[in-house]
Structure formats: C-alpha cells, structure tokens
Design a protein around this ligand. Sequence first.
Ligand SMILES: Cc1cc2nc3c(=O)[nH]c(=O)nc-3n(C[C@H](O)[C@H](O)[C@H](O)COP(=O)(O)OP(=O)(O)OC[C@H]3O[C@@H](n4cnc5c(N)ncnc54)[C@H](O)[C@@H]3O)c2cc1C
Length: 65
Amino acid sequence: MNKKEKLVIVGAGMASGRMLEHLFETDPERFDITLFGAEPRGNYDRIMLSPVLSGEKSLRSDRHA
Ligand SMILES: Cc1cc2nc3c(=O)[nH]c(=O)nc-3n(C[C@H](O)[C@H](O)[C@H](O)COP(=O)(O)OP(=O)(O)OC[C@H]3O[C@@H](n4cnc5c(N)ncnc54)[C@H](O)[C@@H]3O)c2cc1C
C-alpha cells in the first residue's frame, strides 16, 4: 500500500484555495492534506469584498464554500 505524502497548508485564502482545486483536479489521491485557517469560515472570494462592502452585491453571492 502506498503511503500518501503529507501536505500542511496554513491559510484558507485565495491562493491555497486555487492550489487545492488544482490538486483535486490533477492528482486527488497524492496528498493527505491538513488545512489551518485563522478565520471562522471557509475560503471566499476577497476580490468580491469591495462590491459586497459597498452594497452592490450580497454576502451570500460572495461565498465559495
Ligand atoms: C477589499 C479588497 C478588495 C480586493 N479586490 C481585488 C481585486 O479587485 N482584484 C484583485 O486581483 N485583488 C483584489 N484584492 C486582493 C486579493 O484579495 C488578494 O490579492 C488575495 O486574496 C491574496 O490571496 P492569498 O491567498 O495570498 O491571501 P489571502 O486571500 O489574504 O489569504 C490568506 C489567509 O491566510 C490566513 N492566515 C494568515 N496567517 C495565518 C495563520 N498563521 N494561521 C492560519 N491562517 C492564517 C488568513 O486569515 C487568510 O484567510 C482585494 C483585497 C481586498 C481586501
């Protein structure tokens, strides 16, 4: 039985989110992944923060996870 490599990620932000999407698309079985996030919610699109804070868009439409 092959043992998975361990991958520890600190920060559930946009860069780590995109990296995880790429890993799951290309090699989903390769890593045993642990993700540490400082925020009480999952990854979200920070680029949408400005329209959400200005009231142009709702918080719900800003969520990815
Ligand atoms: C209001 C606003 C509007 C923006 N608009 C745009 C835009 O229009 N276009 C654009 O290209 N960019 C925009 N940006 C910038 C864009 O959001 C960032 O470039 C991008 O989020 C950086 O991604 P990142 O993964 O490197 O960092 P972040 O997305 O900041 O993620 C880092 C994560 O790591 C966590 N973290 C940090 N230290 C620790 C720790 N020790 N332990 C656990 N977790 C930790 C943080 O809580 C955070 O969740 C905007 C940013 C803001 C704030």
